[in-house]
Write a protein that binds this ligand. Sequence first.
Ligand SMILES: Nc1ncnc2c1ncn2[C@@H]1O[C@H](COP(=O)(O)OP(=O)(O)OP(=O)(O)O)[C@@H](O)[C@H]1O
Ligand SMILES: [Mg+2]
Length: 549
Amino acid sequence: MTVGSNKFVISVGIDFGTSSSGCSYAYMDDAAVTVIDIPDRARNIKTPTQSLYRKNTKEFVCCGFKAVKQGNRHETGYDLITNVKMALNSRSKDPKSSKHSLETVDVIRDYFRNYYIQIMKYLKSKDPSLNDPSRFRYCLTVPNLYSDNARLIMRRAVIEAGIVKKDDICDQLLIINESEAAGLWCEHISPNLDLTHDKYFMVCDAGGYSVDVSVLQIDTSSGKSFREVIASSGSFCGSMCLDDCMERLLRNRLYLRDTSNKHIKRLMDEFVNTIKPEFDGTQNVQLTLPEELRLIFDPMAEIGEGKLYISVREMKEDVFDPIIRHVIHLIRDQFKKMRNKHIHVMFVTGGFGESPYLTHRIKEAFESRLDFLHFLREKDGAVRRGAALFGLNPEVIDQRILQRTYGFNSVIKDGFTKRNCFTIWARKGQPIRENMWIEGWTSWVRGKFDLSISIALYSYDGDEPVKMYKPQGAKLVAKFDTQFRIALKPGKDRANLNIFIRFCLGNIRVKVNIIDKTYTYPPQYYDNELLSPEQNLDSSGPHLHIDIR
Ligand SMILES: Nc1ncnc2c1ncn2[C@@H]1O[C@H](COP(=O)(O)OP(=O)(O)OP(=O)(O)O)[C@@H](O)[C@H]1O
Ligand SMILES: [Mg+2]
């Protein structure tokens, strides 16, 4: 991998996982490209993504293992917040409990703030010269399916945590899809797999919440770079979905819908920690029943010697197969999109990727179509280490495929009239080169009144072609504070407003060019829970005044 700019000293990759988070770094000028893991205070490589707050308040107490320990002591004075990453993709306000007023972004911000202190402490202890955080580049990983808004919220959380300053955000904070990051690392450690020019490899990162799949093509014509040739895919069918299925099965078997959750939690802990990781699809399962439950069991349930037996058939049909079918479908879909192009290697990463039963099912379905099939252990941290690699040289992925269609809505106000104009800018499935600006323009007739133009970017997930009008279901991605007033001389001639847009993952920028002046705008953050898109367009932020006379 070619090492990039030396404006930064190190690249820090952060894998903000649903169950646990990890962090790695690499020096920009290290020709050997050594990636180093940053452990937490207790020397664990990954830290639970869980935070403790004082009950019904926004008062952050602690996070990580400490939070888990304290939160599970059944002390009543605290709220243990889990699965915050899931909440970010839904529009729910609160990750776990609805009693307090914590927003998802607040929880992520507090977690990052704490994490940042840990990172800084570790870096300084290892290398005292690493004392200027403005010279660290950060690369954050997100599920492939995260919406643009979820990516913007992650950015906002990082800024609010004080990790990067808003002004520096452009290239100091990068965002990369999880399977792409994992792919960079897998390729980096596999010089023996004959991954040469033009070859394709697939990565499936199967985590707790999401399963993400990407296919990358290698280009070694000048240095080494990677390109997406089909859109990556993902689904929220990670290992935690197995937990949901198991809990349903237990409640059905034990008629415990109304009984204490404490018992279910005990059984689920045993499932998550010992049964699930070992299940290989060949053996019946037995769980240890808590004392109190032995008296109130369902007479039909096979309970003996304090054990609850579940047949392998039930485990497969009710717990594993529905989820694993989903994972297989995701991978198959990528093969289908590749048509007859040969995929040389497939890598499987993430905690769920270690499941013996999933491993077996993936081998059964795909091994014969590949030259190599590799399963990496979760502790090898492909995602966080790949993120650190990406930060060394973001241009290493030089083409991506757009996941959705994008259009601009420009609102042009001219005296008493207001004209809404929706223009499609880029279409779903379109290849986007790194650092490429897509150009479009709008024009107006120079009139009597000053003009005010504001621009907002919308995205649309649907597959059908979108034409002139904003389609139903289009989502506001970002507005750009382009509310410039243009003082014009009356006249009949038309003038052009050229708009350029650049799509990088989670880093959409807009450049506006009027006559001979060019201005670049980062997106403005907005909270779509609080303001309607149209209200947002009428922002009262600092305006740009241009006089064209
Ligand atoms: N052998 C296994 N079989 C099935 N699931 C497993 C196994 N080992 C770990 N897991 C599950 O994998 C998850 C942790 O994996 P990982 O760290 O990759 O997830 P994550 O990064 O936190 O989640 P995500 O990437 O979806 O945000 C947990 O839900 C854990 O129960
Ligand atoms: Mg993960």
